[in-house]
Write a protein that binds this ligand. Structure first.
Ligand code: DGL
Length: 279
């Protein structure tokens, strides 16, 4: 039986992780879940986000019974994983957290930036990662309120002015005498969707760290070692489920390019949309 895996995000960012999963484990049957009715997660209070993700997960798990769940969202993973694991101890959850450890190991100047949502930047979890793995580095946390939305617009085929992106990433580029930032952690899964624009607009070349491949490897490890599911025959087209609005034609084409089946998009009605208003 093909492993059934949820790949979950607030919107389209998790597609960057889905691509790597499909490349590494073509036998995995993915259900891509975009909680676009709750987007953007970066602006939610911690209590509202825990409630929101818990609510969406309760409904989806009851309906689809996945073998494993990838939370392809830093903003959610840095907060809600302990809650989800306690609620569903039988399901392995694979999180996506800022790749601070590899950045600290890779950086030569020991000046690294972490580009993320305001939520991820504010988390104790992120501060702990820095203390544990990057105490020897100058770590610059950059919270962007706009980039995830710009990435969504880009995926929907909208033109994004260079200046808008340049302004959001400019805080990542720091100099200190002769030294300057040489590694930038893409700590929101939406950001790799804009990677070619980031690289083009960067004031100097840096290494951009996208954890997607490492997440796919972690999922493969969990499937093999914890669930005894080694690689089988390639799975059929994947499905995507949106909690808010049905994707327009440009986005649908982008989903198709990622192997997500044409007629399998559906909407999940959620009373959580009401909870969000008060959250
Ligand atoms: N893609 C999400 C992340 O990795 C966040 C985007 C948002 O909803 O603010 O953090």
């Amino acid at each position: 039986m093909a492993p059934k895996v949820f790949v979950f995000d607030s919107g389209l960012g998790g597609l960057t992780v889905l691509s790597e999963i499909v490349r590494l484990r073509p036998d995995v049957q993915c259900l891509y879940v975009a909680d676009d009715a709750g987007f953007p997660y970066g602006r939610l209070s911690e209590a509202a986000l825990v409630a929101r993700v818990g609510d969406v997960m309760d409904r989806l798990i009851a309906r689809f019974a996945p073998d494993a769940i990838v939370i392809a969202c830093n903003t959610a993973s840095t907060l809600v994983l302990p809650h989800l694991r306690a609620a569903y101890p039988q399901i392995p959850f694979i999180g996506t957290v800022p790749a601070i450890k590899p950045a600290a190991a890779l950086s030569r100047s020991k000046m690294i930036s972490v580009l993320a949502t305001p939520g991820t930047v504010a988390r104790d979890y992120t501060r702990d990662l820095i203390r544990t793995y990057a105490a020897h580095c100058a770590v610059n946390l950059v919270g962007s309120t706009r980039l995830a939305g710009l990435a969504e617009a880009f995926m929907n085929g909208e033109e994004i002015a260079d200046g808008e992106i340049a302004q959001e990433i400019s805080g990542c580029f720091v100099t200190d005498g002769q030294a300057r930032t040489d590694c930038i952690v893409l700590a929101c899964t939406h950001y790799p969707l804009l990677l070619s624009e980031f690289a083009r607009l960067a004031p100097w070349p840096v290494t951009w760290i996208d954890p997607a491949e490492a997440i796919a490897r972690r999922l493969d490890h969990v499937l093999r070692e914890e669930l005894g599911m080694s690689e089988g025959a390639a799975a059929g087209p994947h499905r995507a489920l949106f909690t808010g609005s049905r994707p327009g034609p440009t986005l649908e084409a982008a989903l198709l390019r990622r192997g997500i089946g044409e007629n399998l998009l559906e909407l999940l009605p959620l009373h959580a949309a009401d909870a969000l208003k008060s959250g």
